[in-house]
Ligand binder design. Structure first.
Ligand code: 6R9
Length: 662
C-alpha cells in the first residue's frame, strides 16, 4: 500500500486515538476545550497572549517597549524590542536560586555504555562561566561570531551557552559536514573563533574531525583562535598560536568561574544556523534572543508537557535546529532535565535507545520517523525486551511520519496508550508550529493535527487565496510568532524573496499540505527543490554543483527517490564530458567527491550516467520527469505533458539506464 492510499484508508476508517486520561489533571493543557480557548485568545489578542507567555517563562532584566512591530514588505520583525535579557542567565543562573541548583540539567550518555556524565545546573553554570571567560580571553566580544563544529558531547552545550552569556553569535555546523561545507559557512559568517574536537565517536569508530577543521581553516582568515576538545585521544596536529586544548584553556589560572552576563536586547542575534534552500548556497538563518527563547520554552512546555522531575530526551544532534531548541534552549529555560546521547540508534545493537530509556527512566522521547522506520525493520522483539513504562509522551519530527511507522511507534514503544505527537516545523520557525498537545488533541496517524495557539497556519493556492479542506496547496503562516527567523545572514534580499514575496503578508514555508474536514493538517513535503533524506534538508542545487565541480562531469541533475527508511534517497543523473567513459570506479569517485564537498549525508545513493537530460526548449531541466524515472515509472503516460521537451527521445534512454542501475 503506498503512503497516500494508506492515509486515506485510515481516514476512511476514521481511525483516531483519544488523548490519555491518566496524567491529564496535571497537564499544562488539559483538554481540547482548553486548547481551543488558548487558540481563540491568541487569535483575538496575539500581543497579549505572547506578552503573557514571555513574562511567565522568561526573566527579563528590563521590560520591552513594544511586544510586536513588523513589516513583511521590508521585511523587518521585532518581538519584545527594547526588552533586556540574557539567554544563558535564563537557562542557568535563575535555576541556581529557584530550587534547582543541584538538579540534573544535562545527563550525558557517551557512546560507550560506561561513559555517563551528569551536569547539575550549578556545575553547568560554572563550566559555562569558565568557557565564557576563555572566549573573552580569545578576544571574542558581543556580536562576534563563533563557529562550532563538534560531536554530541557536553562541551558543545557549554560552548553555545558560553557564547550566549557574552553575547557572541554561535553558528553550529553539524559534525557530519565536510571541510568544504564548514569553510563556506565560516566564510559566510566571518567567525572569529572555532570550537571543535579531535574526533567524533560513532558506531564504534573514531572519525577524525580536527583534520577537517584544519582543511577548512586554510580558507578562513577570520578565525584567529581554535579551541579543541580532546574526546577520542587520537593524534591531531595543533597549530602553534592558533589551536588550544579545551582542557588546558579551562584549567588556566587566570580563568575565573565568575562571568557577569552581557545584557542583551531582545532583538540582538543569538545564533545563525545554515540550512538548505532551493538555490546552491545554504542560507544562514538568524534567530534572536527574547522571541526565540520564549518560543522554545513555550513550545517545549505545552507540546511535551515537561514536568520538573521528568527525564526528557530529544535524540536529534545539536548541529540541527531540533537540537538547538529541544535539547538545549527550551528544556534548560524551563529548568528541565535534558538527556543528551552521543551515539546512534543501531549501535552496538538496534536496542540501544530502548536500553537507555529503561536505564534512565526517560519520560518524554522525541525522535525522527527515519529512526522509527529503521528500528521497525529490526523487529518489535528489540523494544519488547525493555521496561518502557516510564515513557509518557512520544514525539516525531523532520519529515512526514507515515501511518505504518506512527502505529508501530504507538504500539511497540507507547504500549498502545501514549500520545504520539507529529510535530511540524522548520529551522526558520525556531520551534514547533503544528502539533497535537498530548493531553488534549485526538490523534490521527500521519497528521500533524493543528497549529499551536498563536500559530496561524493555512493552505493557500498559488495566488495566495485560502483553499478549502481536502485540497492541496502551499502551507503558509499568516501572522508573526516570536520564534520566527529574523533574517538570512548577510542577505536581506534572499530573506525577502524566500519567505515573504510570493504571498503578501504571509510567511511561505515551502511545504505543500492540505487540511481535512476537521481542520487537521496533512503535510505533503517540500514544493521546492529541497530533499529530505532521513529528516535532513538538502538542496538539489548544492549537490548538483558539487557534482559538476568534478572534472569528469559536464552536467548533473539530482532528484529524490522514494526510500522505505530514509523517506527519500538521493538519485543523480550525470552527463560526462566528451571523451570520458562511464564506469563503476567513476561512480564511486563521484560519490566520494560529493562526500568530500558537502558531507556523507549528501552523497548520492544512485548515480545514473546519461548522455542527455530532458530539457525544455528554453534549456530548463524537467525535474518532474527525472523524479518519475527514479521512482520507477516506465510508461510515457506517467510523465504528464512533455510537449515542451527539446528532444523527447532522451526519456526512453533514461528509463533504460534506470532499469539497468536499480
Ligand atoms: C525541524 C526541522 C524542515 C522541513 C520542513 C518539512 C520537513 C519537518 C515535519 C516535516 C512533515 C513533519 N518536516 N517536520 N514534514 N511532517 N512533522 O526538521 O527543520 O531541518 O529546517 O527541515 O522538514 O519539509 O519544511 P529543518
Amino acid at each position: 500500500m503506498n503512503k497516500q492510499s494508506s492515509i486515506e484508508s485510515l481516514q476512511q476508517e476514521g481511525q483516531s486515538f483519544q488523548p490519555p486520561q491518566e496524567g491529564r489533571g496535571q497537564a499544562y493543557i488539559k483538554s481540547m476545550e482548553e486548547y481551543e480557548r488558548a487558540y481563540a485568545r491568541a487569535a483575538e489578542d496575539p500581543e497579549g497572549f505572547w506578552a503573557d507567555r514571555a513574562k511567565e517563562l522568561i526573566t527579563w532584566d528590563a521590560p520591552w517597549d513594544k511586544v510586536l512591530q513588523y513589516d513583511y514588505n521590508k521585511p523587518e520583525i521585532n518581538w519584545f524590542k527594547g526588552g533586556k535579557l540574557n539567554v544563558a542567565a535564563n537557562c542557568l543562573d535563575r535555576h541556581l536560586t529557584d530550587g534547582r541548583r543541584n538538579k540534573a540539567a544535562i545527563i550525558w550518555q557517551g557512546e560507550p555504555e560506561d561513559e555517563v556524565k551528569v551536569y547539575t545546573y550549578q556545575m553547568l553554570h560554572t563550566e559555562v562561566c569558565r568557557f565564557a571567560n576563555v572566549l573573552k580571553s580569545m578576544g571574542v566580544k558581543k556580536g562576534d561570531r563563533v563557529a562550532v563544529y563538534m560531536p554530541m558531547i557536553p562541551e558543545l552545550a557549554v560552548a553555545l551557552l558560553a557564547c550566549a552569556r557574552i553575547g557572541a553569535t554561535h553558528s553550529v555546523v553539524f559534525a557530519g559536514f565536510s571541510a568544504h561545507s564548514l569553510q563556506n559557512r565560516i566564510q559566510d559568517c566571518q567567525a572569529k573563533v572555532l570550537v571543535t574536537a579531535d574526533a567524533v565517536i560513532r558506531a564504534g569508530r573514531t572519525i577524525p574531525l580536527k583534520p577537517n577543521a584544519d582543511e577548512a581553516l586554510k580558507g578562513c582568515p577570520s578565525v584567529e583562535q581554535v579551541a579543541v576538545v580532546r574526546r577520542a585521544g587520537n593524534d591531531v596536529t595543533m597549530v602553534e598560536g592558533r589551536d588550544h586544548w579545551w582542557h588546558e584553556l579551562m584549567a588556566g589560572e587566570s580563568i575565573s568561574d565568575k562571568c557577569a552576563y552581557e545584557v542583551m536586547d531582545s532583538e540582538d542575534p543569538l545564533f545563525i544556523l545554515y540550512t538548505s534552500g532551493s538555490t546552491g548556497k545554504p542560507k544562514g538563518v538568524v534567530h534572536t534572543q527574547g522571541g526565540y527563547l520564549t518560543y522554545a520554552a513555550h513550545s517545549t512546555q505545552w507540546v511535551f508537557d515537561v514536568k520538573d522531575d521528568d527525564v526528557y530526551w530529544c535524540t536529534a544532534d545539536i548541529g540541527w535546529i531540533t537540537g538547538h531548541s529541544y535539547i538545549l534552549y527550551g528544556p534548560l529555560a524551563l529548568g528541565a532535565t535534558s538527556f543528551m546521547f552521543e551515539g546512534v540508534p543501531s549501535y552496538p545493537g538496534p536496542d540501544r535507545f530502548w536500553k537507555l530509556v529503561q536505564k534512565f527512566k526517560v519520560n518524554i522521547f522525541y525522535t525522527a520517523p527515519t529512526v522509527i522506520r529503521a528500528l521497525m525493520r529490526e523487529g518489535e522483539e528489540w523494544p519488547a525486551k525493555y521496561d518502557l513504562s516510564s515513557l509518557r509522551v512520544l514525539g516525531s519530527v523532520g519529515e512526514p511520519i507515515n501511518p505504518e511507522a506512527w502505529l508501530w511507534y504507538h504500539k511497540h514503544i507507547g504500549g498502545g496508550r501514549l500520545p504520539v505527537l507529529d510535530t511540524w516545523w522548520q529551522t526558520e520557525t525556531g520551534g514547533i508550529m503544528i502539533s497535537a498537545l498530548p493531553y488534549a488533541t485526538p490523534l490521527k496517524p500521519g497528521s500533524a493535527t493543528r497549529g499551536l495557539p498563536g500559530v496561524h497556519a493555512a493552505i493557500v493556492d498559488s495566488e495566495g487565496k485560502d483553499v478549502g479542506p481536502n485540497q492541496g496547496g502551499h502551507l503558509v503562516i499568516k501572522k508573526p510568532w516570536p520564534g520566527m527567523l529574523r533574517g538570512v545572514f548577510g542577505d536581506p534580499e534572499r530573506f525577502k524573496k524566500n519567505y515573504f514575496e510570493r504571498f503578501k503578508g504571509m510567511y511561505e514555508s515551502g511545504d505543500g499540505a492540505r487540511t481535512d474536514d476537521d481542520g487537521y493538517f496533512w503535510i505533503m513535503g517540500r514544493l521546492d527543490d529541497v530533499l529530505n533524506v532521513s529528516g535532513h534538508r538538502l538542496g538539489t542545487a548544492e549537490i548538483e554543483s558539487a557534482l559538476v565541480s568534478h572534472p569528469a562531469v559536464a552536467e548533473a541533475a539530482v532528484v529524490g527517490m522514494p526510500h522505505a527508511v530514509k523517506g527519500e534517497t538521493i538519485y543523480a543523473y550525470v552527463s560526462l564530458r566528451t571523451g570520458i567513459d562511464p564506469s563503476d570506479e567513476l561512480r564511486k569517485e563521484l560519490k566520494g567527491h560529493v562526500r568530500k564537498e558537502i558531507g556523507p549525508i549528501a552523497a548520492p545513493e544512485f548515480i545514473q550516467f546519461a548522455d542527455g537530460l530532458p530539457k525544455t526548449r528554453s534549456g530548463k531541466i524537467m525535474r518532474r520527469v527525472l523524479r518519475k524515472i527514479a521512482a520507477g515509472s516506465t510508461s510515457m503516460e506517467d510523465f504528464g505533458d512533455t510537449s515542451t521537451l527539446a528532444d523527447p527521445t532522451v526519456i526512453s534512454d533514461l528509463i533504460e539506464g534506470k532499469l539497468a542501475l536499480v
